[in-house]
Design a protein around this ligand. Structure first.
Ligand code: C5P
Length: 272
């Protein structure tokens, strides 16, 4: 008897509606070139290669014709690849690609995508387009944890730096330095959090419904989906992420990503 858990019908939301100001390219980050393609194209290819998505739902900046065209080109490439592989009649296995207008915050972009998921969807992975080089193995680890019964699961990495809390200096201290250390976190219990973050769909919908009524301050403090689920009191599990899943945020990150694709490390470094 096969005791492997059944894989839930899964959608992957790719959030790509950010401005990318910190990258300094003067264009939405999703469009920024990386290894001859755009960051978004790399991200979408990674999702498709993982082979877990019945639907890929992409949130792009509202009214951006170039990113819209880029998503359509990706869909056509998928179809052409499938035909080349001789599976022309197997259209059911090809993920449906849906494009939605993102919102003013990441959470609003996720909510717009949640509203566009196919009715049969049971589980959802939310992925930052900015983590364009995430290995397939990370998608699989997240997906397997969901199949095994997790309602929420995130990929994480150990923290290598010592992490301290600080507050702005006041009084005489302000003439010495801008901040004063208030404590040191226990590094062995800390994890840096990546995407894709996986959820049972009803759980993530409940978390985002609750967050929709946050005030501006609360909304600004939301940096990932798992924290909204934590607020519901639902256990969030953690699986191993990967260094290649770095979030391309600064010019240095882009140099590292280019190096991963093309540099001397590219050919020999394949971390699972
Ligand atoms: O800016 P931040 O680092 O939080 O962005 C993480 C991801 O969320 C990026 O892929 C970005 O495109 C996406 N995002 C979005 N809609 C926003 C802001 C960010 O889809 N309004």
């Amino acid at each position: 008897m096969d005791s492997a858990p059944r894989t839930p019908v899964t959608a992957v939301i790719v959030v790509a509606a950010g401005s990318g100001q910190r990258l300094g390219y003067g264009m939405p980050k999703a469009k920024v070139p990386l290894g001859g393609d755009s960051i978004l194209t790399h991200a979408l290819r990674g999702v498709a290669a993982a082979g877990i998505a019945r639907q890929i739902c992409v949130a792009i900046p509202p009214g951006d014709p170039e990113l819209h065209a880029l998503c359509q080109a990706f869909t056509q490439d998928l179809q052409a690849e499938r035909r080349r592989a001789g599976h022309a009649g197997d259209g059911g296995q090809l993920p449906v690609v849906t494009i939605v207008d993102g919102g003013a915050t990441r959470a609003e972009s996720v909510r717009a995508a949640l509203a566009a998921l196919l009715p049969a969807t049971e589980a959802v992975l939310v992925h930052d387009a900015a983590r364009a080089l995430t290995p397939e193995a990370v998608f699989h680890r997240v997906s397997q944890a969901l199949a095994a019964g997790a309602l929420a699961v995130i990929p994480v990495m150990p923290v290598v730096d010592t992490v301290k809390t600080v507050e702005p200096t006041t009084g005489g201290g302000a003439a010495i330095a801008p901040e004063l250390v208030t404590g040191t976190a226990a590094r062995e219990t800390l994890r840096a959090v990546q995407t894709p973050q996986g959820f049972e769909l009803a759980t993530l919908r409940r978390a985002h419904d609750a967050a929709a009524s946050f005030d501006a301050g609360q909304a600004a403090a939301v940096t990932d989906d798992a924290m909204l689920v934590e607020l519901l009191g639902v256990p969030v599990y953690a699986v191993r992420g990967a260094s290649q899943s770095l979030k391309i945020t600064t010019p240095l990150d882009l140099i590292i990503a280019e190096g991963l694709l093309e540099g001397p490390l590219g050919a020999r470094w394949v971390e699972g």
